[in-house]
Design a protein around this ligand. Sequence first.
Ligand SMILES: [Zn+2]
Length: 243
Amino acid sequence: MIYEIKPLLIGEFGPVHDGIKFRGGNILHEEMVPSFSFYIRTATNHILVDTGFGKIKECEKATNLRFGQKKRIEDILDENNIDPEEVDLIICTHLHWDHIGNIDLFPNAKVVFQLEELGWALSVPVWEPGYIKFFTQPIFKKINEGKVLVVNGDKFINEDIKVIKVGGHTPGSQIVEVCLGERKIIISGDTIMTYKNIEEEIPIGLFYNLEECIKAISIVKEKKCIVLPGHDWRVLEYKNLLE
Ligand SMILES: [Zn+2]
């Protein structure tokens, strides 16, 4: 039973050009994009799907991008009545830096990610700007503490929440399917970054495997569900999906 599911806006960063979000997109058109964490409360769990980007100074240093944040993550959690100590699961759609910040704020959380992400995060290829060693350190701390659930493929996390491995954006990208009775919600990470990827069936431009990105669009379309993509401002139209 899901009691609450809502997006938390962690901040914005950019500029991100359209060639990243859309295959063949205009690289001269750029904008700031939102960074989200998604909170899900069930009878037994307090879950976050992704944790957004981390401390701004560290992100600026590592990425050469600009960052904006109206509130500190501690205040965002507080306002939403989320006690960091109570968060017991963090499901990572993938291990890129803008999805795994702030993990050290949640000492009791077990981190869930796909096995295929691990090698890339451990040994970052020079041509891959998304995995940044500095930001993956908290993941390895969690591994040392035994607080990880490494998944290989699709898996039910509980009776209402399932991770589905889609790849595409990264080798081990996963989407998270949440069942609210008859309705389904999919938190799609970056294999589907925006609503336009689905509505106009344009795959993302920053991909590891294009075929998998195209397949993910059809998987999500088939399910006829509400989608919460990784970097679309329209996600903010959903406050609490149960209300
Ligand atoms: Zn991202």
